[in-house]
Design a protein around this ligand. Structure first.
Ligand code: NAD
Ligand code: TYD
Length: 352
């Protein structure tokens, strides 16, 4: 084995793209995917690579310190790519405790296990923490988040991610743990749980259900294709400098209402419906509490220092994403009905 890597949250949206990329591109690496399989974890996302010899799936909670320490002993990890998190802002508003537990305490438990396992042998090791641009708070109409932007989280989700970022840096400064952090903008692409804006609207248009646009739809997000994020993670994992932070973004800002209208146009075409019919489903609803107005990333540091830029143009990525959800109706149906959760039982419990 050239490297042994722990990826947490690998059954989720971004994690599954990262796991697939690493398993396929680096057959000499052992990839251990530790995932609790919450509602957001779906092993169906990894069906195509689950039998690859260097891939191991472990169902478990990052809060389980004994399990995490055992995995470090058993697999002698050289690196951790930490994606496991509670990730949906609306859920963090209604149930913040789980966010504090998984995102802050869970990250602490992983950091502690890495510190213990790597004590005195930190050379060549890396704890890579995946974070979000939401830690920087909300922008006005102009300006971009840089790595120097002050932290100003405003939702329980972003506050919990900010807390975990601070802990990761504290372990670097206090204990010399080699860490790196990236803060990325909104991702879109295949396998995203349909509670997030784009897959939710695709699913609702398909079933002619209302499209809930919060407030006036004026909020702005910077959208990045998920495979481009996975490529950035690959670059930072291999070439990022310990102790550094890199912002990742798509340089691709959209007002929510414009994005939803664009989606409606594509869906009308794809479904052979009359032009303008999906737009009639747009319904303005009560705004999200504390709704951040605008996120936008200055990704010049990762471009200049590590040579990463997004490669998928939005027109292509967005149309391809719509196509993926339409062609994978069964995935969408299993996720919305809850049937995807039976897959673990049928595939994994059967074998043990
Ligand atoms: P997701 O919600 O789709 O997946 C999260 C995964 O973590 C799931 O597989 C879930 O089962 C697992 N998980 C949750 N709690 C766990 C626990 N206690 N122990 C083990 N596994 C657990 O999330 P995502 O959208 O793929 O986001 C992945 C990471 O990227 C998160 O850290 C998120 O903050 C960050 N991020 C996401 C975006 C985005 O647009 N989605 C943007 C920037 C950063
Ligand atoms: P979301 O996909 O939840 O990502 P985030 O909150 O992390 O940016 O939401 C993207 C934007 O879309 C955000 O401004 C909230 C808005 N939104 C809606 O207007 N309607 C919805 O049903 C959802 C889920 C989000």
């Amino acid at each position: 084995m050239e490297k042994s890597i722990l990826i947490t949250g690998g059954a989720g949206f971004i994690g599954s793209h990262v796991v697939r990329r690493f398993v396929k591109k680096y057959p000499d690496y052992r990839i251990v995917n530790l995932d609790k399989l919450t509602y957001a974890g779906n092993l169906g996302n990894l069906r195509d690579i689950e039998h690859m010899p260097a891939y191991v799936f472990v169902r478990g909670d990052i809060m389980d310190g004994d399990l995490v320490e055992r995995l470090f002993e058993q697999y002698r990890f050289d690196g951790v790519i930490h994606l496991a998190a509670e990730s949906h802002v609306d859920r963090s508003i209604s149930n913040p405790l789980e966010f504090i537990q998984t995102n802050i305490i869970g990250t602490f438990i992983l950091l502690n296990a890495a510190k213990k396992a790597w004590a005195g042998q930190e050379d060549g090791k890396l704890f890579y923490h995946i974070s979000t641009d939401e830690v920087y708070g909300s922008l006005g109409d102009t300006g971009l988040f840089t790595e120097q932007s002050p932290y100003d989280p405003r939702s329980p989700y972003s506050a919990s991610k900010a807390g975990s970022d601070h802990l990761v840096r504290a372990f670097f400064h206090t204990y010399g743990l080699p860490v790196v952090i990236t803060n990325c903008s909104n991702n879109y692409g295949p396998n995203q749980f349909p509670e997030k804006l784009i897959p939710l609207c695709i699913n609702n248009i398909k079933h002619s259900k209302p499209l809930p646009v919060y407030g006036k739809g004026e909020n702005v997000r910077d959208w990045l294709y998920v495979e481009d994020h996975a490529a950035a993670i690959d670059v930072v994992f291999h070439r990022g400098k310990a102790g550094e932070t890199y912002n990742i973004g798509g340089n691709n800002e959209w007002k929510n209402i414009d994005l939803v209208r664009r989606l409606c146009t594509i869906m009308d075409r794809e479904l052979g419906r009359a032009e303008g019919s999906s737009e009639k489903l747009i319904t303005f609803v009560k705004d999200r509490a504390g709704h951040d107005l605008r996120y936008a990333i200055d990704a010049s540091k990762i471009r200049d220092e590590l040579g990463w830029t997004p490669s998928v143009h939005f027109d292509e990525g967005f149309a391809g994403t719509v196509g993926w959800y339409l062609q994978n109706g069964q995935w969408l149906q299993e996720v919305t009905s809850g049937d995807y959760q039976k897959y673990y039982e049928s595939q994994y419990l059967r074998k043990t």
